[in-house]
Design a protein around this ligand. Structure first.
Ligand code: PLP
Length: 476
């Protein structure tokens, strides 16, 4: 591809994305095709001769787009959002064009330094404790996902719990990780990858009303483990759980971790973004106890997947746990000790220039623009919750401190399952479900950038009318 061919094709691709976004409201949110449809429509192998980009774009329209779940659709209310935005796409495009691999400071000084500065900006923006800033012993790094952040926190916690021997001795004792029964599955996966086995994680009961971790149960579990010769290594507290956005009580959990010398990681994958608004920082009370913290700008902060912001209070400990320095990576800057080599802050060696999309987003929207996006989602969700509350057929299953509403039809699970299937089958909106205290519960998460009050109202009308028209279950 010559530079001029790239320029022309690039404009065509940007036009295609622009048209895709503009036509999202007219598309069904989820694919209506059965499994195997896309695969069956693709040729058996690549073309023998190269084709123009126009041919690929035509197939994007014909084969790929109809087979997608459209996460940016204004009627997408499933899971948590995975925002993207114009500035994010453009920043990612520049990153792809630069093709920089920033494993070491020396392999991309600006890649490293922009990331360090942006993570300090973000720490300020979220009101994080000073200990996470790079000016002290702490600092931030971009991981691909909150799952990776939890894995890295697990490895550092093991290193600390082993008195610094873990990198030599590995898992030489019985170590334990604690998280609530509502914590994300990535906690168990990280423990498994770290070699702790099925016994490595102890899930702590939650308060039945708030779904937040019980500090008394955590304390009891840690004390029982210590008495039995198991070493408590890590507590993962969640700010905004996946099922219901419950907030674990850091002001009580933190002192327990401090008393027992247990590493505290705070997973705010979804809800952390809300802290750009000062009035939505309540989940961060007690964060000064945390050894590490993460949230996903790729969820609710207009930055395309993948971008997880992860901070540690002691970067030296992190680097000590993870660094391996082969001869071929040695260089003067690293030897000087004056630079950050982010390869030591993550599992893989190589890394993309992810800070660019975040930089584009922060500069395009500014602090006020980001706050507007978050506040808009919170207000729309509150409006939806009001509709649920006012309809006696329904009940709210949990508080909605952010932009997720958990609700259900009163009574048994069956009608709720059928309601979810029926509204999703319309293709106009997309909701997901969870189980809260064993009961099938519908989740409506507001946050796609194009979602307005009109779509949330339409979602309620659809849910309400569908509930009214649900046929009774067939006789057994
Ligand atoms: N932690 C929490 C609380 C989550 O809700 C999620 C995903 O929804 C994750 C972790 C995993 O996020 P990621 O896909 O960035 O690994």
């Amino acid at each position: 591809m010559t530079p001029e061919e790239f320029r022309r094709a690039g404009y065509a691709v940007v036009d295609w994305i622009t048209d895709y976004w503009a036509t999202l409201p007219q598309r069904p949110v989820t694919s209506q095709d059965p499994p195997g449809t896309v695969a069956a429509a693709l040729p058996a192998g690549p073309p023998v001769r190269g084709e123009p980009v126009e041919a690929v774009l035509a197939d994007l329209d014909k084969l790929v787009a109809p087979g997608l779940t459209h996460w940016q659709h204004p009627g997408f209310f499933g899971y948590f959002p995975a925002n993207t935005s114009g500035p994010s796409v453009l920043g990612d495009l520049v990153s792809a064009g630069l093709g920089v691999q920033g494993m070491l400071w020396a392999t991309g000084p600006a890649c490293t330094e922009l990331e360090t500065v942006l993570l300090d900006w973000l720490a300020d923006l979220l009101g994080l404790p000073a200990r996470f800033r790079s000016a002290g012993r702490g600092g931030g790094v971009i991981q691909d996902s909150a799952s990776s952040a939890t894995l890295v926190a697990t490895l550092v916690a093991l290193h600390r719990a082993a008195g610094g021997r873990w990198r030599q001795a590995g898992v030489d004792r019985r170590y334990r990780v604690y998280a609530s029964t509502e914590a994300h599955s990535s906690v168990e996966k990280a423990a498994r990858i770290a070699g702790l086995g099925a016994e490595g994680v102890r899930l702590i009961e939650v308060d039945p009303a708030t779904r937040a971790m019980s500090p008394a149960a955590l304390r009891a579990a840690i004390e029982a483990d210590r008495a039995a010769g198991v070493v408590p290594a890590l507590v993962v507290a969640t700010v905004g759980t996946t099922s219901t956005t419950a907030v674990d009580p850091l002001p009580e959990i933190g002192p327990i971790c401090a008393e027992h010398g247990v590493f505290l990681h705070v997973d705010a994958a979804y809800a952390g973004a809300a802290a750009v608004c000062p009035e939505l920082r309540f989940g961060h009370a007690g964060l000064e106890y945390a050894d590490s913290y993460c949230f996903d700008p790729h969820k609710w902060l207009l930055t395309g997947f993948d971008c997880d912001a992860f901070w540690v209070a002691d970067a030296g400990e992190l680097v000590e746990a993870l660094t391996v320095l082969p001869e071929y990576l040695r260089n003067a800057a690293t030897e000087s000790g004056a630079v950050i080599d982010y390869r030591d802050w993550q599992v893989p060696l190589g890394r993309r220039f992810r800070a660019l999309k975040l930089w584009f987003v922060l500069r395009w929207y500014g602090v006020e623009g980001l706050r507007e996006h978050i506040r808009g989602g919170v207000a729309l969700a509150a409006g939806f919750a009001d509709r649920v509350r006012a309809d006696e057929r329904f009940e709210l299953v949990a508080d909605h401190p952010y932009a997720l509403v958990c609700f259900r039809l009163r009574g048994p699970d069956g009608p709720n399952e059928r309601l979810l299937a029926a509204v999703n089958a319309t293709g106009r909106i997309y909701l997901t479900h969870t189980r809260v205290a064993g009961r099938h519960t519908l989740r409506l998460a507001v946050g796609a950038p194009q979602t307005t009050r009109a779509q949330v109202d339409e979602a309620w009308q659809l849910i309400s009318h569908t509930a009214a028209s649900l046929s009774p279950p067939p006789p057994r």
